[in-house]
Design a protein around this ligand. Structure first.
Ligand code: PLP
Length: 363
């Protein structure tokens, strides 16, 4: 892939925002550039790195009206050698294509996606925050650009990658557990729908549920299946629980659950974590009974942004509250978080190929 570069003059990039003492937060900042590539006449073309800025988009663009748009979220880390490494970026590229397929968006070869991400990180590597625990959050996405109001798959698309220099998700330490609202009113996905894709529209559809959760003092909704019997996942993370014997349980991936790369990593790590990790159908009634009997001792969410989100309690729509363990962050949850983040930071060696060096080509 021959990428063209239209680079901004090298500026004083590391402003005070990037000093080790500043908490840059998550997702707030942008880098100087973005990667773009278009799809027209049946093929992906014109790969380019350009200054980050607004798009020219037709008011009739299909993505704006009918939501034909999918995205990814990944992270890159700076290791002690000063070099930047992506984490399982091939899995994100593969998943973007799975999501694309569900929304009738043409696939973009995985290696092209990876080359695009590497090229962008390479030119914007000076934007890596100096803070301990920082990362470059990577956001690739594809949206339909054809200007047409009849409903059928667009024949034109744009693939874009943007980067957000981000601080550690848990800037004040990994010690607060969240509350989730178990809702029988809101549903994220139904079998045969778009639940297994990272579709923009799934997120639009979750906003109202997020508001309802906040009214209950909860961070998010824990979604159940359409019959309100099984535990599925949270809007932007998979769900897990830990049994008293240390076994980590993640609900079985179905077409109503997005296959989290964090979950897959925990499943792959199993042994390195020193416990069994398995997937099964998780029935809500049994889950609650097991928390109350002390059989389930910890619970939480898995997702790229936070890596692990400990859940301390659940609240039902009738205000009943169920507390997991002592409501704090348990030992197993801490260990999972530690092992995964240490692999990401290059402090411990993960399985072959998980971290990939971003080569210096332009900088
Ligand atoms: C992105 C996402 C996740 C988390 O996936 P990761 O690959 O671990 O970041 C979980 N559930 C949904 C619905 C998501 O969109």
């Amino acid at each position: 892939m021959q990428i063209t570069y239209n680079l901004k003059p090298a500026l004083e990039r590391r402003t005070e925002q990037f000093l080790p003492t500043t908490n840059v937060g998550f997702g707030n900042l942008r880098t100087d550039h973005m990667f773009l590539m278009d799809y027209r006449d049946g093929e992906w073309c014109d790969p380019r790195v350009v200054p980050y800025g607004p798009f020219q988009v037709a008011p009739g663009a299909i993505a704006l009206h009918y939501g034909q748009s999918v995205f990814e979220g990944a992270k890159a880390f700076q290791h002690e050698d000063g070099e930047i490494y992506t984490f399982r970026i091939d899995k994100n590229a593969e998943r973007l294509n799975r999501s694309a397929d569900i929304l009738c968006i043409p696939a973009l070869p995985e290696q092209m996606q990876i080359d695009a991400i590497n090229a962008l990180i390479d030119v914007d590597r000076l934007w890596f925050p100096m803070q301990e625990g920082a990362c470059l959050y990577i956001r690739p996405f594809i949206f339909a650009t054809e200007d047409r109001l009849s409903v059928s798959p667009s024949e034109q698309y744009t693939f874009c990658v943007m980067l957000s220099p981000s601080g550690p998700y848990y800037a004040d330490g990994f010690d607060k557990a969240i509350r989730l609202l178990i809702s029988e009113r809101f549903h994220r996905a139904v079998s045969g729908g778009t639940g297994a894709s990272k579709a923009a529209g799934n997120y639009a559809a979750s906003l109202k549920a997020g508001k309802a959760a906040a009214e209950y003092g909860a961070a998010q909704v824990l979604y159940l299946d359409a019959n309100n019997k099984q535990i599925e996942e949270v809007g932007a993370m998979n769900h897990f629980h830990v049994r008293k014997d240390g076994t980590i349980v993640i609900p079985k991936f179905t077409d109503t659950i997005l296959k989290s790369i964090t979950s897959e990593s925990i499943l792959d790590l199993g042994e390195l974590l020193g416990c069994e990790v398995r997937q099964e159908t998780v029935m809500l009634d049994q889950f609650i009974a097991d928390i109350e009997s002390g059989e389930i001792v910890e619970a939480g969410g898995f997702g790229t942004a936070a890596v692990v989100s400990p859940v301390g309690s659940y609240i039902f729509e009738d205000n009943r509250i169920v507390t997991v363990g002592d409501g704090g962050v348990g030992e197993h949850t801490k260990r999972i978080y530690k092992v995964l983040t240490e692999i990401q930071k290059g402090h411990i060696q993960g399985p072959e190929g998980w971290v990939q060096h971003v080569k210096r080509v332009n900088v």
